[in-house]
Design a protein around this ligand. Sequence first.
Ligand code: GCB
Length: 508
Amino acid sequence: VPGDGNTQEDKLYYYEGTVWYKRNFDFDQQEGGRVFVYFEAVNYEARVYLNGEYLGTHVGGYTPFQFEVTGLVKEKDNYLVVKVDNKRKREAVPTVNTDWWNYGGITRSVHLVQVPEQHIRDYSIRLSKDRKSIEGWVSLSDEQAGTKVSVEIPELKKTLDLETDTQGMASFHFNAEPELWEPANPKLYQVLLRSGKDRIEDRIGFRTIETRGTEILLNGKSIFLKGISIHEEAPFKTGRVTSVEECRTLLKWARELGCNFVRLAHYPHSDSMIREAERMGFVVWSEIPVYWTILYDNPETYENAENQLEEMIVRDRNRAAVILWSIANETPVSETRNSFLGGLAKKARELDDSRLITAALDTQSESGGKKMIDDPLGNLVDVIGVNNYCGWYSGSPGSCSMIKWGSEYAKPMIMSEMGAGALQGYHGTAIDRWTEEYQDEVYKKNIEMMRGIEFLRGASPWILMDFRSPRRHLKKIQKDFNRKGLLSEQGVRKKAFFTLQEYYRSLE
Ligand code: GCB
């Protein structure tokens, strides 16, 4: 821990099902505090016990959760037991059918968190929409009025002394014009929160994000999102990313490509990944695994998806880098799907009205020689993601540059996926599938197509690095890898890497 079982033992490579974890520990408890056991992520279902007592169950493989263990945790000989089950289920989120490896286990770190009896539960600190003030709230564990809370931003020479209301909340708003966070200057400010004996330190960036017509405006200025899609898979060794170093390696490759944007697909990535992206100056698309054909008519499936959405937003609401919450990927149009996603979009806006909502669509109708974006989901989102595999799943590469796009929505579009498979080191002509040359040709022709879309405001081609998938069995080529990476899983750049790099340079 942290790690997935599948890549830790050969015999577990294909395993899906129950794995039991046990950890003994001693604990140095301070007087009078409260203690929580906090899991950054467990895939997929976790039943947790401490010293033989059942603490609870969490469902969903990529978001954090916690249980209180005050009074149960002792100084000596504690044992924490977790039953983890990553068996895929039809009604789950994601469902049985995906295109990534279902790495199971306690895939991210576990923490014992000790806090004072009365402590800071949560907070939100951000720039106001007019960029003239900083606003937010701090909420305490006890819902009572009159408790003192302070918020300090030393570099702005600002300290606020606040008092909670009857809900245990202290809200604030003060005039400030901080240096703005942006890719070219990912400025973060130290922020200190204090209440009684509790103290929290964070580093927070200040920026605004909005759309105007077909533009995306970061800090009021139009931005083109030069991006790449990334799975949370470890470079060089596969398995889930478990270290900050691995996050950095992936993001450095994205930087080398010339990106200012990463689409973290298809589920919430780790806190480390988001923080590294923020530190390095990438804007982030963050997504929940509402993928393909989950059960849109099942109320429990909806509850589960909404819970994962909420856990993602609550974890990252103070991260300036995150500008887009994605609620779905390639979901077939139907009444039940539309109302399912309508519910998620509404929930996301209730939880966070300072970011944009998006989703990756893949259905377009053809009319008048144009591809028309007319999926009703376009109504629900602020930014339209489009996945399109011209030259790979449809048409020849040469045909792609001719395609014209239209949209029923006056909204910005991101080409959230495009690409082709290539085995690194396999060469041929531009019409030989699986060669680097073929993949490169697909990129060249799709780039020509993208240059012609006037409402295109970004791209996140599929994908940075080859990744494991249970659907990819082609002998000698795939060997359980989706080969659409611009780099192999060993980090070797393919030809198309340099083509995308050239495109992004040309936009500077
Ligand atoms: C898609 C999916 C992505 C797949 C990709 C592919 O449209 O969104 O998860 O991996 O296509 O390679 O087919």
